[in-house]
Design a protein around this ligand. Structure first.
Ligand SMILES: [Zn+2]
Length: 636
């Protein structure tokens, strides 16, 4: 893909208007550390914060998995989207209009941006209908009877789809294709291919947003007096390219700040409970969407909060759901609490009757998952007889065997250590029983930390110039030559004006490592265009995420960041100046070049031994070259 200066400028503009700390802070809780910010890496199962954001450079870097880059590569990687889409997204975020040359042509059109468009449009249609049409009177009455107030309706953009099977289809005419509505899960094709109908009918609409606040799906609650004979009270959009219900947390976009501030996330079972919780002042509430909490949800939440409280209905079904959730998260590195709302109430009713503060208080006191289960089993079996205690013990230990990720961890040790005293059993018996139960299970599956994090390869647009393997292996096994090449790039990143000095002495071909060579020639290209290749401009120019990652890695490992340019400036520190460093590196690279040339001429002579008597002009030249090389070597 050829890039003109104007597209580079625009990328640079978007980059400069994007505060990386803020952007990443939307999905990762970042804490200042020296000049940098630190947090849990969103790209691997991180337990100790190893993810660093450098506000000065506007780059990020994970010291554990090696991911790194700038705002573009972060969004590409996190959202698994291509460069164009990322540029659009970040430009929109920065309130910049995309230049005509960078807009997608009709042939380039991708599905996702259109899906976002049609979903956002539908949200506005539903919301407007609820607020200001006569046809929505029943819906407004229903919401009022359920206790939803105006500010909740506005905050969560609640809406209404009236009792008509083509209300939305009619309104979409001339704006969006029917097929797009179907792909967005807003309409369905009739059986037999005989036309289409709206997916949601006579329902109060709850728009579902992703972490970035984009509308990705809807949940619809049928009106109680509806004549539509629905299959289900609540209906969610089907999965689409922009919506996966096992990943999206309802209301995370509005709850994020409160979650970060309190360090706690409350997870409700449905969006109605969640909206009610916010209305009651519980601003750190989110909800799952008709599924149990998944590992993806926990992964998203634990980057923002240390504590996750699962809030369940106080009825039998709620308690069963709570019990099922525990083993899946025991090994997760998060303080997981279980709250079943007392007196058989659901959270919505509880907030209505006693207020949000009362529910928050319960959440603060909610027992952690293991303790919750222990109390539950003790209530179920009691502990008066040996048999009862044995059953409680087995129940608790089985929980641990269901959670292979916890084997031999400190957490396991602490949890097991609690049981002897609580059950009045000798510790050795407890530990022996755990071993026994574990042996009874077959070999445990891989620990969560060993599972591959999905690569999220944005396979479209910018051609992958550099593979992940190339960067990984360079990071791990760089040889001396490659280190030298990295060092030269580091010096250039710090003092881009030294490019003239570099170019006088060496060419890109002097670099042995292909990916590093590409970066150097990119710097040269920029210089040819009259652009000084600063680190920032270089990052803007590069589209391939792996190449970006490489550039950031090279820069991050630079010992030269604070280096002074000339020796007079660096004299006081008694350190090598950048100019001296550059001279040293260039000399060594040139030395390597002559070594290689000598090697080549030697093999040239070996290839034709019979002709050595008859010295051709060519061979003489080779021999002279070799002699020169040996003189230089002894002089060194
Ligand atoms: Zn990482």
């Amino acid at each position: 893909m050829t890039l003109n200066a104007s597209s580079d400028e625009f990328k640079e503009l978007v980059r400069s208007r994007t505060d990386l700390v803020r952007l990443i802070g939307e999905s990762v809780a970042l804490h200042p550390k020296g000049r940098d910010f630190k947090g849990l890496c969103p790209f691997h199962d991180d337990r100790n914060p190893s993810f660093t954001v450098n506000p000065e450079r506007q780059t990020y870097k994970c010291w554990s998995c090696g991911e790194g880059g700038d705002c573009f590569s972060f969004v590409m990687k996190q959202d698994s989207i291509g460069f164009r889409e990322t540029l659009e997204l970040l430009a929109k975020r920065a309130s910049l209009e995309l230049p005509a040359t960078l807009r997608r042509g009709p042939t380039e059109s991708k599905d996702k941006p259109h899906l976002y468009d049609v979903l956002e449009w539908a949200e506005q249609e539903f919301h407007h209908c609820l607020l200001s049409t006569a046809i929505a009177e029943r819906a407004r009455n229903y919401l009022q009877s359920r206790g939803f107030n105006h500010s909740s309706i506005a905050k969560f953009k609640l809406g209404f789809h009236p009792e008509s099977w083509d209300w939305l289809l009619q309104r979409a005419k001339g704006r969006f294709d029917v097929e797009l509505l179907v792909r967005a899960s807003l309409a369905k094709e009739r059986e037999g291919g005989n036309g289409y109908y709206d997916q949601f009918v006579d329902r109060v609409m709850f728009p579902i947003h992703d972490e970035r606040g984009r509308t990705v799906a809807f949940g619809g609650r049928i009106l109680p007096d509806s004549t539509c004979k629905p299959d289900a009270k609540y209906l969610n959009s089907s999965e689409t390219p922009v919506f996966s219900k096992s990943r999206v947390c309802y209301a995370l976009d509005v709850a994020r700040d409160a979650i970060k501030k309190t360090g706690t996330a409350l997870v409700m079972e449905g969006y109605a409970d969640c909206v009610k919780a916010h209305q009651g002042g519980i601003l750190n509430a989110v909800a799952t969407l008709g599924t149990a909490l998944t590992e993806s949800h926990v992964t998203v939440l634990k980057r923002l909060a240390q504590k996750v409280v699962l809030v369940f209905d106080g009825d039998r079904a709620g308690m069963d759901a709570a019990e099922k959730a525990i083993p899946r998260f025991l090994a997760q590195d998060v303080d997981l609490r279980i709250l079943t709302v007392p007196d058989g109430l659901d959270p919505d009713e509880y907030v209505d009757q006693r207020g949000g503060d009362a529910l928050l208080e319960l959440a603060n006191e909610a027992p952690e998952a293991f303790e919750y289960q222990l109390r539950l089993l003790l209530t179920r079996y009691g502990k008066t007889t040996v048999d009862a205690r044995q059953r409680v013990l087995d129940g608790m230990l089985n929980l641990l065997t269901l959670s292979p990720g916890i084997v031999d961890t400190i957490k396991e040790d602490l949890l097991v250590g609690r049981l002897p005293q609580r059950l009045g059993l000798p510790e050795t018996d407890v530990r022996r029983r755990l071993k026994q139960l574990r042996a009874e299970r077959t070999a445990p599956p891989a620990r969560p930390s060993e599972r591959k994090v999905s690569a999220g390869n944005p396979g479209d647009e910018p051609q992958q110039r550099v593979s992940k393997q190339t960067v990984d292996s360079l990071q791990r096994y760089a040889n001396n030559t490659e280190k030298l090449e990295c060092e030269l790039l580091q010096l250039l990143f710090t003092h881009p004006d030294m490019i003239y000095a570099v170019r006088r002495e060496i060419g890109a071909d002097d670099f042995g490592h292909e990916a590093l060579r590409e970066i150097l020639s990119l710097c040269f290209d920029m210089q040819d265009e009259g652009i000084e290749p600063t680190f920032e401009r270089l990052l803007s120019r590069i589209e391939c995420p792996q190449q970006k990652r490489l550039v950031v890695w090279v820069d991050e490992h630079s010992p030269h960041r604070s280096i002074k340019k000339t020796s007079s400036e660096s004299q006081s520190a008694g350190m090598e100046s950048a100019e001296e460093g550059l001279r040293r590196v260039i000399e060594r690279i040139k030395w390597r070049r002559s070594c290689q040339a000598n090697q080549a001429s030697k093999s040239l002579l070996i290839e034709r031994p019979s002709e050595t008597a008859k010295l051709t002009a060519e061979t003489r030249e080779v021999l002279e070259q070799a002699a020169r090389f040996h003189r230089e070597r002894t002089a060194k």
